[in-house]
Ligand binder design. Sequence first.
Ligand code: HEM
Length: 208
Amino acid sequence: MTDTTQNAGATEPRSKTKRTRWLKPVVFLLCLVPIFWLIARALTGGLGANPIEAITRDLGDWALRFILIALAVTPIRVLTGWNTIGRLRRMLGLFAFFYVILHFSSYIGLDQFFYWSGIWQDIVKRVYITLGMAAVLMLTPLAVTSTDKMIKRLGGRKWRRLHRLVYPAAVLGVIHFYMMLKADYTEPAIYAVILACFFGVRIYKKWA
Ligand code: HEM
């Protein structure tokens, strides 16, 4: 769902690719830790007095964190020259979408219990839900077009332009988080600063 085509020119020597073959499966397993940790806490009564709220919030936190982690790939590559990390971008982007969908499903199924008219009222009336929904709608075509086949079909340029939607989606995710809080805005503020740094690196890369 993020920009995998940018890595197309960064061909690595085969020996190096062999040496870093472990990277993808290790990162894959690390990406599953939050969901398994959540399941473990749910099964052992470790989610506090309101487990449904805890599940929705935890998944929301990880959805936003993974969007930012996926977005961190390009700045890390630009600043360090570590091209191998580019190979993780698609997987990290898909994990971001995985946590977004789990968060959304937890709201629909656990929080609202598939009460569709209530869900619709929420989407229309509560601005932070409207923004969250808009972010999901932006991320969905990115997940759908994340395959090599779709990159080929769309063409690199069109595909890259489409996948820039991840930036407004990330901004909406941060605003969504900020708006649902009543006090202590530290966490969304940290995410906003991180996102601003990513934009900074993007602008630097364009003009350098
Ligand atoms: C890219 C999309 C989204 C991201 C990144 C995201 C992220 C988050 C984050 C970070 C939180 C705060 C968690 C905390 O308090 O620590 C949150 C809360 C919440 N989100 Fe989302 N969200 C997204 C989409 C949605 C959508 C589509 C819905 C519903 C239609 C939704 C419903 C909620 C609700 C209801 C809460 C509050 C949970 C509670 O207090 O019980 N979110 N979200």
